[in-house]
Design a protein around this ligand. Structure first.
Ligand code: BEZ
Ligand code: FE
Length: 295
């Protein structure tokens, strides 16, 4: 196999992978070769452009650490994360829609009691979140593990703030017998995704902004059900129609209702206006997602 040229090299490379024992790996690697060669044929890069592309990927890898995953961010801003999510959640009616996990989830967040204030003394407008977790049948899912996290009024997650000792605006709850949970947090702000690395350079060079609309993250897990990874977006937030990572779905946008000072549903009395988010989360039975075709 020599004297290969631009018309014959793709088939030669595909043939080199023909004996891959694992069928799925063979499909993936051959599709990668076909699409990559197609990209090069379409764009006809110069050596300098190819060097810049390799350098971009190198810098993307070098930006990764225990607390930063620049390749996921790249997948997010290219819409690939949401495409993979969509393919893996061709879901039945009734289930809450999914969206990206994002880089700010922390395993093992504190487990305060129902009704706790998880704002750790940070300033901002108080937000009462009341949720109910239900199965596809409509039955409550008691004992569901509900992880929540969100940004503060300046658009920062606790893990981005060096002035904070412990965690803030994140927690893990267990839904009660009726599938319910509730807690106090702060009204989140819209915020930029981390833009000080190669992904930020890409956004800048392509005249794209890095912002995400205001949202609260939820990850809900229960035996016998698929894990739900989603956000609820604040109606009226800037950037709902131009989320940097393409994660907004209209079913996930709702009012974070403004409330006047006074008594709250859980028996507090607040001397400041506050917000109220009430939401039902529908889980799918395990194994009911239509997954990507295997071949
Ligand atoms: C987030 O919502 O936390 C997020 C998602 C994708 C990229 C960056 C941040
Ligand atoms: Fe977020």
């Amino acid at each position: 196999m020599y004297d290969l040229n631009e018309d014959t090299i793709t088939d030669a490379v595909l043939a080199r992978f023909a004996e891959t024992p694992d069928r799925r790996l063979k499909l993936l690697v051959q599709a990668l070769v076909r699409h990559l060669h197609g990209f090069v044929r379409e764009t006809e890069p110069t050596f300098e452009e190819w060097r810049v592309a390799i350098d971009f990927l190198t810098r993307t890898g070098q930006m990764c650490s225990d607390v930063r995953q620049e390749f996921i961010l790249l997948s997010d801003v290219l819409g690939v994360s949401m495409l993979v999510d969509a393919i893996n959640h061709r879901q039945p009616e009734g289930a809450t829609e999914t969206t990206v996990l994002g880089p700010f989830h922390v395993v093992g967040a504190p487990q305060p009691a129902h009704g706790a204030d998880i704002s750790a003394g940070l300033p901002g407008e108080k937000l009462l979140v009341e949720g109910t977790v239900v199965a596809a049948s409509g039955e409550p899912v008691s004992g569901a593990v509900v992880e929540v996290w969100s940004a503060d009024q300046d658009g920062f997650y606790d893990v981005q703030r060096s002035d904070l000792d412990g965690s803030a605006l994140r927690a893990t709850f267990r839904a009660d017998q009726a599938g319910r949970f509730h807690f106090w947090t702060l009204m989140p702000a819209h915020y930029p995704i981390p833009a000080d690395g190669p992904v930020g350079d890409l956004l800048g060079a392509t005249a794209r902004h890095p912002y995400r609309p205001a949202h609260v993250h939820f990850m809900i897990s229960a035996a016998g059900h698929e894990q739900l990874v989603t956000h609820i977006f604040a109606e009226g937030s800037p950037y709902l129609d131009s989320d940097a990572v393409f994660g907004v779905k209209s079913s996930l946008i709702q009012p974070f209702e403004p409330k006047p000072p006074g008594a709250t549903p859980d028996g507090r009395v607040l001397d400041q206006p506050w917000r109220h988010l009430v939401r039902r989360f529908g889980l799918k039975a395990a194994g009911t997602s239509k997954l990507a075709k295997a071949s």
